[in-house]
Design a protein around this ligand. Sequence first.
Ligand code: SF4
Ligand code: FES
Length: 271
Amino acid sequence: MLGTKEQGAKSKYGPGNHNVTMRIYRSSKEGNKGNFDSFDIPIQRWTTVLDALLYVKAYKDSSIGIRYSCRMASCGSCGMKINGKPRLACYTNVSELESSEISCEPMSNFPVLRDLVTDFSQFLSHHRKMKPYLINPEVDLCDNPELSEFLQNPTDADKFLQFSYCIKCGLCYSACPTVATDTKFPGPQALAQAYRYSADTRDAGSRYGLTAIDSRHGLWRCHFSGSCSKVCPKGVDPALGIQLLKGNIMSFAKRRKKIAELKQHTGKSAD
Ligand code: SF4
Ligand code: FES
């Protein structure tokens, strides 16, 4: 049987209709630090934070800036800090937060465009620098019309499968303490994708020599805090991807050194 305190908590935050206060960050036009606007709204047990924000937009203040699209944790566009933690608004149920006050702020480590909308330019530029696609002339369907499929066995696919679930929502980037202090650091999402394509047996290119990866601002700056993996809504473990990438780069460097030594030994030039 529930005690009085538990009964109170259950009726307040558990299933059923009740009111919550939405505290929503509003950016200032002058570029100064913004402030929060508060709105009391009714919620039901299935109300997500995105539903709550859209309710506020529809009935209280239509000028609030929010970005969203799919409403089903697939497009990655509704990331924001909810009660201090990076989350997807459409994938966070208000009841699960167990609070009568829900604060929504733009994600850290991203410039704010307006209110809850952040600028993804730098984040996506880091992603592009990793060459996030298969590099293999043999699989170019345009040049090879006879090729319809490039098969891979399940064991090989397992080596990178979880990393291909990334929806580029930026939550891991927002949670990363290294990104907070070094904007040149590619961040967990980009580095995990570098691992994803390097680990693909269909890929014939090498990303290990990319300056974006192997340099003083590259993956060696990751000190494995693991906050990226804790916030990922898709079950990706970017911290693991970075450690695996570190291992691959070490073996790649060792191999290169050995080849250079062998070539020197046989009197040929190193490269
Ligand atoms: S790794 Fe996870 S948290 Fe990071 S961008 Fe991809 S889906 Fe989002
Ligand atoms: S609206 Fe697409 S992930 Fe939330």
